[in-house]
Design a protein around this ligand. Structure first.
Ligand code: ADP
Length: 230
């Protein structure tokens, strides 16, 4: 298996004093793999995800995704990388309330300059697959938490990213909905989608991920097959 994501000796400091948010972290995610990152609040999970998603840059070390060393990309090329290589699902969905479900899903495709007809076909395919077909013209305010997270997943996938990142995707929904979101991510991975997931939810990690990386105070303290509690 080739590595889609490779972090080598990555440190991240937000401030010049005090301990770093990430301290010499090395993590790999193979193409087609699903890796869950777990650890207490403040251990560096979101920081790691933001670096892999090209939303921020490391202080030292290298972050390679799909063969690109993100630290070496200009801001412009990093923006293109984000649009074309990664999709991100957030805990609180981050949907645009003034846009319909369809237009939320279409937005990243429009920003990437995908021809409208192609983009609409892809959006329709994703909305149907995620059970949102009847909600295409609805606004997010009218949707349940689970439906909103499904819209966010469709939006994250519209540009067929090599890597799907998810930051606590079940953190803001009830247990039953969380289980549905978990199943969706599991099926996406089964169909070949590479997944890097931050979660507090051990059941989700065990169900969705092949491997669990545990962080503590910005360091990797364990990397174990999912289902093996440390
Ligand atoms: P987690 O996702 O595990 O809760 P974070 O990656 O959010 O952890 O945070 C790791 C550490 O970095 C924490 O000490 C946090 O306070 C700090 N941190 C995170 N983001 C910032 C920021 N933008 N500016 C300053 N410190 C930050």
């Amino acid at each position: 298996m080739t590595e889609l994501v490779r972090l080598t000796g990555v440190s991240k400091r937000y401030e010049t004093t005090g301990p770093p948010a990430l301290d010499e972290v090395s993590v790999e995610v193979g193409t087609g793999a699903a890796v869950a990152v777990m650890g207490p609040s403040g251990s560096g999970k979101s920081t790691l995800l933001n670096l892999v998603g090209g939303l921020d840059r490391p202080t030292s070390g290298t972050v390679e995704v799909a063969g690109e060393d993100l630290g070496r990309l200009s801001e412009k090329r990093l923006a293109v990388f984000r649009r074309t290589h990664v999709g991100i699902v957030f805990q609180f969905f981050h949907l645009l309330d003034d846009l319909t479900v369809r237009d939320n899903v279409l937005l990243p495709a429009q920003l990437a300059g995908v021809p409208p007809r192609t983009a609409r076909a892809r959006a329709t395919e994703l909305m149907d697959a995620l059970g949102l077909g009847e909600k295409a013209n609805a606004y997010p305010a009218r949707l349940s938490g689970g439906q909103r997270q499904r819209v966010a997943i469709a939006r994250a996938l519209v540009n067929r990213p090599a890597l799907l990142l998810a930051d606590e995707p079940t953190g803001a929904v009830d247990a039953r909905t969380g289980a549905q979101v978990t199943e969706i991510l599991r099926e996406l991975n089964r169909d070949g989608q590479t997944l890097l997931l931050v979660t507090h939810d051990r059941a989700m990690a065990d169900r969705c991920a092949g491997r669990v990386v545990e962080l503590s105070d910005g360091r990797v303290v364990a990397s174990t097959p999912a289902g093996v509690s440390s």
